[in-house]
Design a protein around this ligand. Structure first.
Ligand code: AMP
Length: 214
């Protein structure tokens, strides 16, 4: 099963993606994590992406489609994958669809995580993430140790107020049209209320997935 998680930054795609991946037994793949790892490793791809990421702008589609191809061809994704933070533009959506068709596969479900903008600003403003395993935390100071892996928690550069505003603007301009594209192409798009308790949101997502697979 291939699931694409759509929604603005801070909507909880990463957190829910982890939980859904465990429940469904398929990996969650986040292009943001792939790019941050490339940056830490100092690869050419990572260094080329850095300036875009720091500003909260999107990395060029060609780079993202290259990553997607590697991911889809990897043995880990044989049974399926949960794609978090990709696709973010209409050309990425089209590119992914073509790539999957060539492999005899398709996106089974697009899940759109819906959260009001004021709540997004609050969520992103107080966020720190583990620089090791990328687990996000609220209300902890940078420098605290991660409960999961013991690495240090940091504030991402793109979680600074200016970059947050830019990321939300970029979402509206470049990613929101993917929702319209999915509707037009009659893709299996399901909007989920992504506010409230973590487990309630998971149940809403599971219901949307199970409805589809019946
Ligand atoms: P995220 O962790 O999903 O918030 O991604 C962090 C940053 O990585 C984004 O602000 C973009 O600069 C870049 N990025 C991640 N995924 C994509 C994508 N699908 N298309 C373009 N840029 C991306």
């Amino acid at each position: 099963m291939i699931l694409v998680l759509l929604g603005p930054p801070g909507a909880g795609k990463g957190t829910q993606g982890e939980i859904l991946a465990e429940r469904l037994g398929i990996p969650k793949i986040a292009t943001g994590d792939v790019l941050r790892a490339a940056l830490r490793d100092g690869t050419e791809q990572g260094l080329a992406a850095k300036a875009y990421m720091d500003r909260g702008d999107l990395v060029p589609d060609a780079v993202i489609l290259g990553i997607m191809k590697d991911v889809l061809l990897s043995p880990a994704a044989e049974k399926g994958a949960i794609l978090d933070g990709v696709v973010r533009t209409v050309p990425q959506a089209e590119g992914l669809t073509i790539m999957l068709a060539e492999l005899g596969r398709k996106v089974d479900r697009f899940l759109l995580f819906d959260v009001p903008e004021e709540e997004l600003m609050q969520r992103l403003g107080g966020r720190v993430v583990c620089q090791g395993c990328q687990t996000p935390y609220k209300g902890l100071e940078p420098g605290t140790r991660c409960e999961k892996c013991g690495e240090t928690l940091v504030r991402r550069k793109d979680d600074e107020p200016e970059a947050i505003r830019n990321r939300l603007k970029v979402y509206e301009a470049q990613t929101a049209p993917v929702v319209e594209w999915a509707k037009e192409k009659k893709m299996n798009l399901h909007k989920i209320d992504a506010t409230g308790e973590l487990n309630e949101i998971t149940e809403r997502a599971m219901k949307a997935i199970e409805e589809h697979t019946k």
